[in-house]
Design a protein around this ligand. Structure first.
Ligand SMILES: Cc1cc2nc3c(=O)[nH]c(=O)nc-3n(C[C@H](O)[C@H](O)[C@H](O)COP(=O)(O)O)c2cc1C
Ligand SMILES: C=C(O[C@@H]1CC(C(=O)O)=C[C@@H](OP(=O)(O)O)[C@H]1O)C(=O)O
Length: 368
């Protein structure tokens, strides 16, 4: 199967490219009876939209969504939901000079080798703009998750060497009130200053984004291959620029003893909880009822305006390029809604697979 689809029972297929006519998603396997409007999807797309602050690409796109199918009288009808966004502010001029000269750090070279015939304008389907499809699928998934009181949120915890301190999750709404999408506004300010400095130098910078999923009951997931942690990592690594994923204590486990890593169980009234959450809410591929915590390493944006070496593939000679055009100096803030969407799709898929959400009609769902 070509790699444009995610999910088994709740399946999202995305289409479109940065400089083509439109981008969107087809969502198959969403149960009937879920209230869904363009407003629900627009709300999520507006969080991802380019050109909304001085630290994002200046490309001005309204990203107005149109639902084409799958919704009747304000509710899903169980048939494929198709939704799209038309590209409006396409400017391919900066890419003409880059034709046959792969950008260091971007996907161009591999794409040329795999497809031969390749839409080099804006990186084609290798552009971060394809994440519009993720967000459309994720908006539907988020609505499904709301019916069983599950919340997915992501936030920036590090840009370069600037790290957020202890995070008060109860203030999570704050993350979309600043351009960096960091919960702590003082750290957000420092991060923004750093991004602006780097941008002025024609460079880019990476960071870390944390994803938190609250309300997943114990018992969701599969024990082998399609483990909940494996599926989440697959979805998150599927986002352009993500170079590493860790769950719970992550790579830090390698430096500790079993007695320090194991999460001991205890009873909180009649609820089984763990004292610590080093496993990040997943053990043996299945949720244990604690918050699911995942962190992703986001690389610095590959397109920078500092001259870099490359090879002219037509002339087969070494050359230098200086990338012009419109780019994000830091991808972290832009990845926040995309990561939320990707994780929401995975959780919705697993909830349907485990029978917590009924595959045909939302009213028949067992609930938690
Ligand atoms: C939301 C988003 C925005 C992005 N913006 C840019 C950009 O403006 N310029 C750029 O060169 N790469 C951008 N990227 C990153 C590239 O899409 C990505 O690095 C490229 O596809 C290569 O894939 P890889 O880094 O996963 O190997 C963006 C990615 C995302 C998810
Ligand atoms: C437009 C968006 O981001 C784009 C992601 C991107 C890339 O190479 O990934 C390159 C730039 O696009 P272009 O130079 O083709 O206009 C960004 O602006 C968006 O996310 O909506």
């Amino acid at each position: 199967m070509p790699g444009n689809t995610i999910g088994k029972m709740f399946r999202v297929t995305t289409f479109g490219s940065s400089h083509g006519k439109a981008l969107g998603a087809v969502i198959d396997g969403c149960p009937a009876g879920l209230e869904l409007s363009e407003k629900d999807i627009q709300k999520e797309l507006d969080k991802r939209r380019p050109g909304i602050s001085k630290i994002t690409t200046p490309r001005k796109e309204p990203d107005k969504v149109e639902i084409l199918s799958g919704v009747f009288n304000g509710k899903t009808d169980g048939t494929p939901i198709a939704a799209l966004v038309y590209n409006k502010d396409v400017d391919s001029s900066a890419y003409e000079k880059l034709k046959n000269k792969p950008r260091p750090g971007h996907g161009d070279y591999g794409w040329i080798k795999r497809y031969g015939h390749y839409d080099y304008r804006g990186g084609g389907r290798g552009s971060g703009r394809v994440t519009i499809g993720h967000v459309i699928g994720g908006a539907v998934a988020k609505k499904l998750l709301k019916t069983v009181n599950i919340e997915v949120f992501a936030h920036v915890i590090q840009v370069g060497n600037i790290k957020a301190g202890k995070i008060d999750y109860s203030k999570r709404k704050e993350r979309f009130k600043n351009s960096v999408r960091c919960i702590d506004k003082n750290t957000a300010k420092k991060m923004e200053e750093l991004i602006l400095k780097v941008k002025k130098e024609g460079n880019s910078i990476g960071g870390i984004v944390e994803l938190v999923i609250l309300g997943v009951p114990p018992g969701v997931g599969d024990p082998v291959f399609s483990k909940l942690d494996a599926d989440l990592a697959h979805a998150i690594m599927g986002i352009g620029s993500v170079k590493g994923v860790e769950i719970g204590m992550g790579f830090e486990v390698a430096r500790h003893m079993g007695s320090e890593v194991n999460d001991e169980f205890y009873l909180d009234k009649n609820k089984i909880k763990t004292v610590t959450n080093n496993s990040g809410g997943i053990l043996g591929g299945i949720s244990n009822g604690m918050p699911i915590i995942l962190r992703m390493a986001v690389k610095p944006t590959p397109s920078i305006s500092i001259p870099q070496k490359t090879v002219d593939l037509e002339k087969m000679e070494e050359t230098k390029i200086k990338i012009e055009g419109r780019h994000d100096p830091c991808i972290c803030p832009r990845i926040v809604p995309v990561a939320e969407a990707s994780a929401a799709i995975v959780i919705a898929d697993h909830l349907i697979r485990s029978g917590i959400i009924h595959p045909c009609n939302i009213k028949a769902s067992g609930g938690i």
